[in-house]
Structures are given as C-alpha cells and as structure tokens.
Design a protein around this ligand. Structure first.
Ligand SMILES: Cc1cc2nc3c(=O)[nH]c(=O)nc-3n(C[C@H](O)[C@H](O)[C@H](O)COP(=O)(O)OP(=O)(O)OC[C@H]3O[C@@H](n4cnc5c(N)ncnc54)[C@H](O)[C@@H]3O)c2cc1C
Length: 471
C-alpha cells in the first residue's frame, strides 16, 4: 500500500492575516505574548506559536475563519484551554489559532433523555456546576479543567472511565466545521444508530486535524444514591496492580480505582500537608445503593487481602471524599513540586488489564535504575497509567535518560498489545510510535486525512510525521 504525501512548509501568512483582520478586527491579535500562550506550554517540547490568535463567539465565525484560511492555505489550530500534554497546540508551520473559550454556552439539557448539548468552550467543571441541581453529572474528568471541545479532540478520559467510559463512549453527536468551512452535523441524540459511517467517533481523538468542533451532545449519568470511597496500602506496586487486575476480572463494578506509587504519595503528603503512608496506594470509589456499596466494599476487602493490602478504610462522607480526590487530582502539581526547577514531563501508556502488573513493575524498575524522579500514577482499572518525569531540560544527559524511559515504556506497552497513549494523544510527542502501533492502518488514516483536508490546513504536523512514511 502506498500513499500520496502530505507536506507543509512554513510560509508567509501575512495576506491571510490581513484578510482575517479586515473581517474580525479586534477579535484577532498578533501579540507575541498571546501567541506564545497559545502554543504548546505544558512540557519540554519547544513552544511554536501561531502567527495570530482569533477569539470566536459562534460557529459562523469559525466557518468564516476556516474558509479564509482554506483560501490562503494557512494552518488552523483550535484551542480549548491549552492543557494537552503532547504538543498538540504547537504551530510548526505557523497559522491561525482559533481560541474557542468564549463559545461556552450550555445549549440544552434533556433531563428525561440524560443528554446535554454544549458549545466546545464549556469546561468539564462548568458543566457539572451547571448540572448540580438536576441529579445528573458528566463523568469524564481529566486532571485539568479541560474544555469539552479539547476533550473530544484528544479522546480524553479520567478517574471515572473504568465505570463510565471515555469521551468515545459519551459523545452522541457533534457539529463540526470542515476544512472548507462548511458546517456539518454528525450523529443524533439517539442512544445508538446503525446509519452509515460513524463520523462522530472518527472526529473523537482526531486532535483538530479533521474538523473543528462547534457543538457537542453528551450523555449524562444519574448521581448514585450512595458513594463510598477509601484508600488502601500495599507492600509493593506489583501487589497493588494484582489487586486491581482481580477486581476488574471479577467484574466488580468499581467506579474509580487509581494507583499512586510511594513517590507520588510522598509528593501528595508534602503538597497538601497529608500524612498518608508512603507506600503504593489505591484510591477507590463505589457507586450504588447503600447495600450495593457496602457489598462492593466487602468484595474489595476480600480481594486486597490476597495481595497484602491493608488499612482499607472507606467512608460515604462527602467532604472526606472530596478531600481524598482533590489529593488525587493534584497529583501532577504535587509531583512537579518535588523538583520545582525541573520541567515536568507527563507520559501515559495503556495495556490490557492482564498485563498491567507486568508493565507497571517493569516501568517502575526502569525509572529506579535511571535515578530519575518519576512518580507513577494511573487510572489502573483501565490498564492506563502515567509517569511524570522531572527533567532538567538544560542537561542533555537527563533529557536522553528521560527519552529512553518514555521510548521503552511506549514500546513495552505496544508489545503487550496495548497502546503508546491511553488518553494524552499523539500530538508531536508520540508520532514516532504510530508506525509500530498501527502498521499499514496508518495509510488508511492518512487517506481519511487527505480526503477531509486536502490542503492539510487543519493542525498540520500532528499525529504523524510529515511527510507520512509509505507502507
Ligand atoms: C494536570 C493535568 C492532568 C491531566 N490529566 C488528564 C487525564 O486524567 N486524562 C486525560 O485524558 N487527559 C489529561 N490531561 C490532558 C488534557 O487535560 C486533555 O488532553 C484535555 O482533553 C485537553 O483539553 P483542552 O481543552 O486543554 O484542549 P487543548 O489543549 O486546548 O487542545 C487539545 C487538542 O484539541 C484540539 N482542540 C481543542 N478544541 C477543539 C475544538 N473545538 N475542535 C477541534 N479540535 C479542538 C486542539 O487543536 C489540540 O489538538 C491532563 C493535563 C494536565 C495538565
């Protein structure tokens, strides 16, 4: 199978910017500080700012801007809140960044159907705050307060995914602006459909390379009558992972099961003034009725005993639960504070649940042997975990060591029939694993890209290296 090559070159975009300025006036800025804030800022990848940033307020503005960019062949990069971790927002060929934050309206809640339709700039916390009196909630919770549009584009997930799924499971329909500036709807509010290609799921995880999302219809879930959460400690990380594997294999309907290794617990203790035992720890949560939560907690107690799990205390107290999960959600910032002068490099991988203990243990040994600080934390019920490496990016030896750990982790996960990323996506950072993970399916992906974006204006230079290798 061979493929036509898509390539881009950094061009002078001043004609396009002049045309955009005429149409949008003060909504467009070329201020360098604003541009840099809209390039990639989260890790050690160099910041590559766009040529201009446009703040949009509705889909028609998005469509007009994309139409102008299409005419001048200028790259277009959508921006949510900028929390993506693999360089998804960088503009290696320059271009226009379309900042979606002002498109933040919650358009329709259908309580009786458990659906909501929102603009893409709505954040996950904003949505749950809005829903607080309805008895419903939106479960996908990446550590950052990300935008729904960004979460669609990166196929995000979080601590609740083990029970409620990822963005691929909760998006029912989208409205998108195509590369030529047309407004198109994909999907309906029906729970399922067998009507043709599933364009909605094609867009989810496409990192802004196939279309710009201007509206999202999501599934909602009822808040359980009873929620119990707790933590327990293990002698080794292998024991903690074995307990997770058995929990999932026994089909215990756990709502959250998160691993924090000893280093991560130390970081959380220091950051939030806690006094947790600095050993591998699982944070868990059960949803259901009073009786079913108690039953799940008992089953979990029985499972962890097999693997030396101890001090399992669980509670239904809401304040305590919030305190516990806040510590978990602060994991990134807590770890960064272990070495504040270093850059924090977050990487993730995901394996079938039966390979979890093996993959996590091998990764932990690799980090230990390297001498780097790299706490492990993860949504282990999905076989997904993260390593946060704290790296002095001015030290080439450290950079090479960190790069080695990430390469070996990605390869290890792929060899276990897993993936080089469970949720952070490919962006610029993980392009080199696409071939190994997808083989000649990569050519089909590129054919889709060529068909939907023939001029390669939508977030070029992401997901795969350019030009794409011929398979
Ligand atoms: C502390 C921390 C913890 C994190 N934890 C998790 C986690 O647990 N799970 C997880 O999945 N991720 C996690 N992330 C990563 C990040 O939060 C997610 O990738 C999130 O989905 C990005 O959303 P955003 O609004 O920040 O998007 P941005 O970073 O602004 O954009 C991300 C990508 O989406 C595209 N995009 C944005 N909006 C649109 C749109 N409207 N239409 C088309 N494309 C668009 C952009 O072009 C870019 O390619 C974490 C990040 C941080 C900093």
């Amino acid at each position: 199978m061979s493929t036509s090559k898509i390539s881009s070159a950094k061009k002078d975009h001043s004609d396009a910017i002049a045309a955009l300025q005429t149409r949008f006036g003060k909504q467009l800025t070329t201020n360098i500080m604003v541009r840099e804030q809209h390039g990639h800022t989260m890790t050690w990848l160099a910041n590559q700012p766009p040529d201009a940033v446009l703040t949009v307020t509705d889909k028609h503005e998005v469509a007009t801007a994309v139409e102008i960019c299409n005419q001048y062949q200028m790259p277009v990069i959508a921006f949510g809140i900028g929390s993506s971790l693999e360089g998804q927002l960088n503009a290696p060929y320059g271009g226009l960044c379309i900042d979606m934050h002002a498109m933040d309206a919650i358009l329709q809640v259908h309580n009786e159907d458990l659906t909501v339709t929102v603009q893409p700039g709505v954040t996950r916390e904003q949505l749950n705050h809005y829903l607080r009196d309805t008895g419903l909630f939106f479960p996908i919770d990446p550590g950052a307060n990300a935008s729904i549009g960004g979460m669609v584009a990166t196929r995000a997930s979080g601590t609740n995914a083990v029970r409620y799924g990822t963005m691929k499971d909760v998006v029912l329909a989208l409205e998108i602006v195509t590369a030529s500036g047309e407004i198109v709807r994909t999907g309906t509010r029906a729970k399922k459909s067998a009507a043709g290609y599933d364009l909605t799921r094609l867009m989810i995880g496409s990192e802004g390379t196939l279309g710009i999302v201007t509206e999202v219809t999501l599934k909602l879930f009822g808040i359980s009558e009873c929620i119990g959460s707790g933590i327990c400690h293990f002698p080794t990380i292998e024991d903690a992972c074995q307990a997770v594997m058995l929990t999932i294999q026994m089909c215990l309907p756990i709502a959250r099961i998160e691993l924090l290794d000893a280093m991560q617990i130390k970081a959380c203790n220091q950051y939030a003034n806690l006094d947790l035992d600095e050993t591998p720890t699982l944070f868990v949560e059960f949803h259901g009725t009073d009786a079913s939560v108690a039953e799940q907690a008992q089953m979990f107690t029985d499972i962890i005993e097999e693997f030396g799990g101890r001090d399992f205390a669980w509670d239904t107290n809401e304040a305590e639960r919030k305190r516990l999960w806040q510590a978990r959600h602060n994991a990134y910032h807590a770890s960064s504070a272990l070495r504040p002068e270093a850059s924090a490099l977050s990487t993730d991988a995901c394996v079938p649940i039966s390979r979890l203990a093996e993959c996590v243990s091998a990764t932990a040994k690799d980090i230990e042997a390297s001498g780097m600080i790299g706490p492990i934390v993860g949504h282990v019920g999905d076989g997904n975990f993260h390593v946060l490496l704290l790296v002095d990016t001015d030290n080439p030896e450290e950079v090479a060591t960190a790069d080695g750990i990430i390469n070996r982790l990605a390869t290890r996960a792929i060899e276990m029939n897993g993936t080089c990323t469970g949720e952070h996506g490919i962006g610029q950072g993980k392009q080199k694993y696409m071939q190994q993970e997808h083989g000649n399916a990569l050519v089909l992906m590129q054919a889709i890209k060529s068909a939907l974006d023939p001029k390669n204006i939508l977030n070029p230079g992401k997901i795969w290296p350019e030009p794409l290798p011929t398979v």
